[in-house]
Every structure is written in structure tokens, then in C-alpha cells.
Design a protein around this ligand. Sequence first.
Ligand code: PSV
Ligand code: MN
Ligand code: MN
Length: 392
Amino acid sequence: MTAFAAIAAQLEGQAIELPSWAFGNSGTRFKVFGSAGTPRSVEEKIADAATVHRFTGLAPKVALHIPWDKVDDYAALRSYAGEQGVALGTINSNTFQDDDYKFGALTHVDPKIRQKAIDHHFECIDIMHATGSRDLKIWLAEGSNYPGQADLRGRQDRLAESLSAIYDRIGEEQRLVLEYKFFEPAFYHTDVPDWGTSYAQVSALGERAVVCLDTGHHAPGTNIEFIVMQLLRLGKLGSFDFNSRFYADDDLIVGAADPFQLFRILFEVIRGGGYGPANPDGRSEVAFMLDQCHNIEDKIPGQIRSVLNVQEMTARALLVDRAALDAAQQAGDVLGAHGVFMDAFQTDVRADLAAWREERGLPGDPMKAYAASGYQAQIEAARVGGTQLSWT
Ligand code: PSV
Ligand code: MN
Ligand code: MN
């Protein structure tokens, strides 16, 4: 049996949730470029996400951002997604685009503004009941720009109180997932800047509160796989927002900037039991999601490339000979252990994965198959008139 054949079964059932906002136009503060075929409705975003799933078999769910994806009838949206072949996934709240939140939302000094932000999360929970979603993901754009501007401790206490009100409202089968980010839009301090703060806040809430690790939200040089290991060890890694960064929160295609880092992260995920298909019972509570924007490239192939990158690095991480690695580590064989690790990273699995896909009725090369499918030309011709959706 080849090394790939030995791990092939563990690729079965891998699922990577797509963000609805990846299909809208996006850009930087300098310019948002429009592109032909961009969705004009939530339904068109879902249809594009379902297309990524059809070509890859890897993306069975779409995450929504509220209010970007606000509709009147979420049950109908759920049925529409089902007809397209996908399910609705994580519901992301949004407290970063309302003037009332200039000085904070869940941390604001004014109880009326805090309650408004809490009510927004209650609305998200109602939506989750209609969409069948498990996770409420909270990222807070809260902080301050100048030393002395805010009472850091008071804000942390108010955050704990607000989160507790939200947590009390989620259903038995639902989870509260708290994302951290070290800076931006606030530049001096951020209220949930790191995994430790997120961990402290969710630990105070209870079992169904967990941490979201967005790979783009760390300072340069941070050992992200160490954080992955620690959160898994503590039973608090809830989900990933995958993307790539060179400088700050770049939101580039996962695995594009630093494929080796993605490999190291996925190795720790597997090692720590966070990758279901490699576990004896085939289960894991860690959700894989993308959080990306496609500013200059076509969005659907951008998402196809992304999920393939995650699958490819998962396969390579599964190839690590754990017994040999363990033996070398125990023996203090520094270069031997490193060699075992690098052998797996440097294995080209692309041909094996193409064959694996074909065996399952999927295109061997999803990028090529999408380009040849005519879908892009079809949406470009059909989606004229109306307003193209953008990231916000
Ligand atoms: C914030 O930078 C973030 O990573 C959060 O997950 C938001 O919900 C998302 O970006 C919006 O793209
Ligand atoms: Mn994110
Ligand atoms: Mn981000």
C-alpha cells in the first residue's frame, strides 16, 4: 500500500465552510473593484458557494454575516440552499458598521448601546434557529486608539457581562464562538486581542463557548500552531477562519502566503484530535471555515483554490509518520525528527488527490473543470442590472 493509500480514507468527509462575503466585491480602503458576474442577492452568493462544492466536494456549508445577508424569510433561504446542494452554517454577527458603536458595542459605557448590541446577537440567535445553524461567531471591532482613552479593565468587565447575556440565550445545541484579532480597526488596544483573552472570556461562560482562531489575526512571527495545540489541549478550539497574510489582516487565499505554516497548523489539528476524519469515531467539534476576500481575482476559482489548498495540506499533514516522529523525539534525534516532519511536508500529493477525486465522481482538476464549465460566462451574462454586493 502506498503512503497516500494509507491515509486516503481520512480525507473522506472533510468539510470547509465558505463565507458568503467571499463572493461579493471587496478591496482595500483605496478601491473596491467591481467584476462581472458578482452576486446581487444572498441567493446568488449561495448559488456560487454551491458551485464551489459541486466542483470540489469540500464545501457543504455557507456562513452568513448579519446584516449583510439579511433576508425576510430565513426558512425559505435554508430551503433554497438545500436545493442548491449546500446548508447554511455559521451566523456571524456584525457590530462594526453602526455609528452607535463608534466607542464600542458590547463594551460601551452606555447600557442602552450595550443592550442594542446584545439585541443584535439575540436576532442572530433567532436566525440560527431558522437556518439550522450551530455556531454564533462574534468578532468585536472594539478598542481604543490612544492611551488613556478608555478604562481597559471596565471594558473587559462589561464585555463579560454582555457575553453572558448572549450565552444565556443560545440553544442547547448551539455554540458561542469568540474570535480574537490583535489590532484593527482600533490601533492602541483591542478588547479581544489574543487567544488568551478569548479563552478567559469563553471559559467564564461555559462549555458551549469556544474560541475562533483566524489565521490572519496574529502579529508577524507568532507561532500559530502552538496556539492551536494549546486550545485543543484545553478543549476550547471551536473554529478556524482560514486565510493568508503577508502583512496584517490581508485575507488572501489560505495556503498562498505560507504553505508550510498551513501544514504545521493542520498537523497540530490532527495531532490534537481537531480533525474528525482522522479520529477513531470520525468526529470533531472544530469547524473549518474560510474568511477571505478576492479583491482582484475571480471569486469562485479563488474559493476553489482555497479549499483545495486546505485539502492538500491536510493530506500532507496526515502523511507524517507519527510513530517514526515519536521515536525520533523520544531518542532526542533532533534532525531525524525534523526529517520525518519535512518528508511529509515535501510530498507532492497532487496526482494522488486528482485520482482520489475521480474515484468519487469529482473532477480530477477542479480549477480546470470550473474554467471549462461555462459557469463564469453564464453568470457574467445573466447578472446584469441590479446592484452587485460588496464585502460590506
Ligand atoms: C475581522 O477582521 C474578521 O476576520 C471577522 O471574522 C469578520 O467577521 C470578518 O473579518 C469579516 O470579513
Ligand atoms: Mn475572521
Ligand atoms: Mn479578519
